[in-house]
Design a protein around this ligand. Structure first.
Ligand SMILES: NC(=O)C1=CN([C@@H]2O[C@H](COP(=O)(O)OP(=O)(O)OC[C@H]3O[C@@H](n4cnc5c(N)ncnc54)[C@H](O)[C@@H]3O)[C@@H](O)[C@H]2O)C=CC1
Ligand SMILES: O=C(O)CCC(=O)C(=O)O
Length: 447
C-alpha cells in the first residue's frame, strides 16, 4: 500500500470506529494528511501500524459526577479523562468544564495534546479531561462541591508519574485549588506534582497563568520576524476574554501592537484605539460579567454575536476563544481585509477549510498545537519545580518559556522545509510532534 492509501485507510477506519465524533475525526484528518510525506520515506512506520495505534487512546474514562446546588437540588454531570498517549511521559493536559463537553471533544483535545506536548521538548504524554458542567452563574460553593465530586472519582486515575491534569476552558486557579484540596484529602499525600496551575502557596509556578497567552505572542513574534516584520504598530484582533485571550492582549500591547477587539460567547467589543486590559480583567476575571458591560465603563463599541468579530480589518488575527470559532466565511472576510498573519491561541479555532483558505491566500498561519504550547510547557516547568521542591523566579520561568517557543517555531519550520512544504507550519508542527512520539513508541515494543 502506498503512503496516501495508508493514511486514507486509517482515517476511514477511525471514522468507522468512532461514529459521530466529528471533532475527533477533524483533528485526526488534519494530522494524518500532513504525515503522508513521512510514510513515503518511512515504510517501517506503516508496517508497525503506528497510525492505527496512535489514533486509539491508551485509556478513556467516563464517570458520574453528582453534586448539590445551593438550593439543595441534586444534579448529575458526566466526567471524562482520556489518557491518549504516554510514550514520552505522564499523560498531561487540561480539564474543561463547559456544557458542550462530550467524548468527541475530549478525544480531539487529547489527540492534539499528544503532539503539542511532544513539540515542547519536555517529557510529557498527552491527555485531556472535562465535564459538561456549566460553571457560568454558579456560586463559589457550588463550583467547589462540583470540583470535589469530580475529583472524588478522578483521583483514582491520576498521579505525578501517571497523569497530571491542569486547567482549560472554565477551569482556572479557583477550580484547580478545589480539586487539589480534594486530591490531597483522598490520597493522604501532598504530591504537588499531581496538578498544574496551582496557587503559588501550594506548588504553583510563577508565570503559569499568563504562559499560554505570552507563549502565543512569543511564537507569533517569531513568525513576524521570519517575514522581516514586528508587532510594533500592528492592528491585532483577539477573540475571547478568558485566560489565553487576556494575556495575549497583555503581551501584544507590550510588544507595541494595538489590540482592537475582545469577545465572549455573546458578542465582541471594538476599541479603535486599543482595548483597556485592566478593564477587561475587571469585567471578566473579577466581576465575572459579560464583555458587553465593558463599554459602559471603559468606552468602545459592543456588537452582539461573537462570530462577526472577524469582519474587523486587522494585520494579525489571534483566535483565542474556542474550537471552530473561525469558519471559511470568516477566513474569506479576513483575507479580503488584508490580514497577513493568523495564529491560533485556542485549540483548533479555525475550521479545516478556513485554515486551507489562509494558506492558499499566502497568509502566514500558525497552528494551535505549536502556537499555544506555552501553557502546557510552563505546566511542565511547574512539574519540574515540584519534583525538585524548588520555586523559580518569574524571570527564570519566562526565559525558559521564550526559548521553548522559539524552538517550537524553529523545529516546525525546519520539518516543513525538510519535507518540501516551506512555510507550512501546519505540516511542520504535525511532523515534528509526531516523529518524537512515533520514535518513542517504536523503541518500546508493541504498545
Ligand atoms: N488555559 C490554557 O492554558 C490553555 C488553553 N487553551 C485553549 O484556549 C482556548 C481558551 O481557553 P481559556 O482561555 O483557558 O478558557 P477560559 O474559560 O478562560 O476563556 C474562554 C473564553 O472564551 C469565551 N468564549 C467561549 N466561546 C466563545 C465563542 N464562541 N466566541 C467568543 N468567545 C467565546 C468565553 O466567554 C471565555 O471568555 C480553548 O480552546 C483552550 O482549549 C490552549 C492551551 C492552553
Ligand atoms: O497545562 C496543561 O497541562 C494544560 C494545557 C492544555 O490543556 C492545552 O494545551 O490545551
Amino acid at each position: 500500500m502506498d503512503a496516501k492509501n495508508y493514511v486514507e485507510t486509517v482515517l476511514e477506519d477511525v471514522k468507522r470506529r468512532n461514529p459521530g465524533e466529528v471533532e475527533f475525526h477533524n483533528a485526526v484528518a488534519e494530522v494524518l494528511h500532513s504525515l503522508t510525506p513521512v510514510f513515503e520515506k518511512r515504510k517501517d512506520l506503516m508496517d508497525a501500524a503506528i497510525l492505527e495505534r496512535i489514533t486509539e487512546p491508551e485509556r478513556a474514562i467516563s464517570f458520574r459526577v453528582p453534586w448539590m446546588d445551593d438550593a439543595g437540588k441534586i444534579h448529575v454531570n458526566r466526567g471524562f479523562r482520556v489518557q491518549f498517549n504516554g510514550a514520552i511521559g505522564p499523560y498531561k493536559g487540561g480539564i474543561r468544564f463547559h456544557p458542550s463537553v462530550n467524548q468527541s471533544i475530549i478525544k480531539f483535545l487529547g489527540f492534539e495534546q499528544t503532539f503539542k506536548n511532544s513539540l515542547t521538548g519536555l517529557p510529557m504524554g498527552g491527555g485531556k479531561g472535562g465535564s459538561d458542567f456549566d460553571p457560568k452563574g454558579k456560586s463559589d460553593a457550588e463550583v467547589m462541591r462540583f470540583c470535589q465530586s469530580f475529583m472524588s472519582e478522578l483521583y483514582k486515575h491520576i498521579g505525578p508519574d501517571v497523569d497530571v491534569p491542569a486547567g482549560d476552558i472554565g477551569v482556572g486557579g479557583r477550580e484547580i485549588g478545589f480539586m487539589y484540596g480534594m486530591y490531597r484529602k483522598l490520597s493522604n499525600s501532598s504530591s504537588q506534582g499531581v496538578l498544574t496551575g496551582k496557587g503559588l502557596t501550594f506548588g504553583g509556578s510563577l508565570g503559569r497563568t499568563p504562559a499560554t497567552g505570552y507563549g502565543l505572542l512569543y511564537f507569533a513574534n517569531e513568525m513576524l520576524a521570519d517575514k522581516g516584520e514586528s508587532f510594533k504598530g500592528k492592528k491585532v484582533t483577539i477573540s475571547g476574554s478568558g485566560n489565553v485571550a487576556t494575556y495575549a492582549v497583555e503581551k501584544a500591547q507590550q510588544m507595541g501592537a494595538t489590540v482592537i477587539t475582545c469577545s465572549d460567547s455573546a458578542g465582541y467589543i471594538y476599541c479603535k484605539d486599543g482595548v483597556d486590559l485592566e478593564g477587561v480583567k475587571q469585567i471578566k476575571e473579577v466581576e465575572r460579567l459579560r464583555i458587553k458591560e465593558y463599554v459602559k465603563h471603559y468606552g468602545g463599541e459592543y456588537f452582539e454575536g461573537c462570530a462577526n468579530i472577524w469582519d474587523v480589518p486587522c494585520d494579525v488575527a489571534l483566535p483565542c476563544a474556542t474550537q471552530n470559532e473561525l469558519d471559511l466565511a470568516a477566513a474569506k472576510k479576513l483575507i479580503q481585509n488584508g490580514v497577513k498573519f493568523v495564529v491560533e491561541g485556542a485549540n483548533m479555532p479555525c475550521s479545516l477549510d478556513a485554515m486551507k483558505a489562509f494558506q492558499e491566500a499566502g497568509v502566514y498561519f500558525g497552528p494551535a498545537k505549536a502556537a499555544n504550547a506555552g501553557g502546557v510547557a510552563c505546566s511542565g516547568l511547574e512539574m519540574t519545580q515540584n519534583a525538585l521542591r524548588l520555586s523559580w523566579s518569574f524571570e527564570e520561568v519566562d526565559e525558559k518559556l521564550q526559548n521553548i517557543m522559539k524552538n517550537i517555531f524553529k523545529n516546525s519550520k525546519k520539518a516543513a522545509e525538510e519535507y518540501g512544504y516551506k512555510d507550512n507550519l501546519v505540516v511542520g508542527a504535525n511532523i515534528a510532534g509526531f516523529m518524537k512520539v512515533a520514535t518513542a513508541m517504536m523503541g518500546q515494543g508493541l504498545i
